[in-house]
Ligand binder design. Structure first.
Ligand SMILES: C[S@@+](CC[C@H](N)C(=O)[O-])C[C@H]1O[C@@H](n2cnc3c(N)ncnc32)[C@H](O)[C@@H]1O
Length: 341
């Protein structure tokens, strides 16, 4: 077991607090884990620490960059020379300024982002670039009220007003007004220190899960799809960062588990595609759709060996001060039709 610390990522719906509980159930005969909806990579990171060969995937580019930096990357970190490259020269009016000035950030802040975006290209290797993007992401999240990019500008300005925030919530939340650079530097050591080699060839992917499932093999597949019927608009939350990376506007991705009317079909499609995986692990909860019973019915079409473990778990809902109380489910399925390669 590697003694490493997962850095502060702050991913909506993350499994950071459940990672030990989930990974403790991974079977003794398993050597590889495919984290197919990796999000902020909390499970992939824990599995990497435990010595598994980890495959990671997410449809969002920034999550792929996180996985590339923390899961696939073995040695590369950012040093003083890289920082000089990143923070040199003058802010200018680029993609962020033109499209998102006074939409998510102030105009001057957008110009800074445009400068960092350009400078990242000058870094000497892919891993350094992905780490830089993950640190810019962290800075963008810290400056954004509720840590998600689907608020309107009036609300953002109001919540970034420290006097208002203090009056209303008794917290100034001054970190929203600290610079990107300051947040970047505050998190740099933790992200650098989180890079390690577990002596396995870990790989990150950036595809729609349905494209990838038939192409890969692993002992365990861990499935943590968006929970249908909950706050789960991942395109809305985070695609701004993907647009920053691509320097262009992007359409929402398909197969997103948002709509109740297509959820049953998507789950069926998911389980019908898992023949390359010996054990299937699915996270879900009691406040989402479909129900535990419906999921068992779908899964049992493909394997009858199903166990459901339950645990009380509170998710902090961003933007609300109260927490919601849930029972978290972990479905553990042994694939009865699995044939080793
Ligand atoms: C509940 S989150 C995963 C959280 C993650 N386990 C963690 O600890 O941070 C679900 C993820 O599924 C991704 N996703 C949704 N639909 C997808 C699809 N069709 N293919 C690949 N990834 C998808 C979303 O981008 C989101 O990051």
């Amino acid at each position: 077991m590697h003694n490493k610390r997962y850095p502060k990522v702050n991913y909506i719906g993350n499994k950071e607090k459940l990672a030990d509980w989930i990974c403790d159930y991974f079977p003794k005969d398993a050597e590889s884990v495919f984290d197919a909806f990796c999000g902020g990579s909390s499970i992939g990171y824990e599995a990497k620490k435990r010595g598994f060969r980890v495959l990671s995937n997410d449809v969002l580019k920034i999550n792929y960059f996180l996985a590339k930096s923390l899961i696939q990357n073995k040695t590369q970190t950012l040093d003083a020379n890289d920082l000089e490259i990143l923070f040199s020269s003058k802010p200018f009016k680029g993609f962020m300024y033109k499209n998102y000035g006074e939409v998510f950030f102030f105009k001057e802040e957008c110009m800074e982002l445009d400068l960092y975006r350009k400078n990242i290209e000058k870094l000497s290797c892919e891993y350094k670039k992905t780490i830089a993007f993950t640190l810019i992401r962290r800075a963008m999240i810290r400056k954004m009220p509720y840590s998600r990019f689907n608020l309107n500008w009036d609300k953002i300005k109001q919540l970034r007003d420290e006097e208002y925030s203090y009056e209303k919530y008794k917290r100034k939340r001054a970190y929203h007004n600290e610079s990107f650079k300051s947040h970047f530097l505050q998190n740099l050591d933790a992200y650098n220190a989180a890079v390690f080699d577990n002596a396995k060839e870990n790989i990150a992917y950036n595809e729609d899960v349905f494209e990838l499932l038939p192409k890969l093999h692993a002992d365990v597949i861990y499935l943590d799809p968006p929970y249908t019927g909950t706050m789960n608009n991942y395109h809305g939350f985070y695609s701004l960062v993907d647009e920053y990376i691509a320097s262009k506007k992007l359409k929402p991705f398909d197969n997103n588990f948002r709509e109740k009317k297509s959820a049953l079909e998507l789950f069926d499609k998911l389980f019908s595609n898992l023949s390359n995986y010996k054990y299937w692990f699915l996270s879900y909860n009691n406040n989402s759709y479909p129900s535990k019973e419906d999921l068992i019915e779908i899964i049992s079409k493909y394997s009858k060996n199903i166990q459901v473990i339950e645990k009380p778990h509170n998710y902090q809902i961003t933007g609300k001060d109260k927490k919601s109380t849930n029972t978290e489910y972990l479905f553990i399925v042994k694939n009865e039709n699995y044939k080793a390669l």
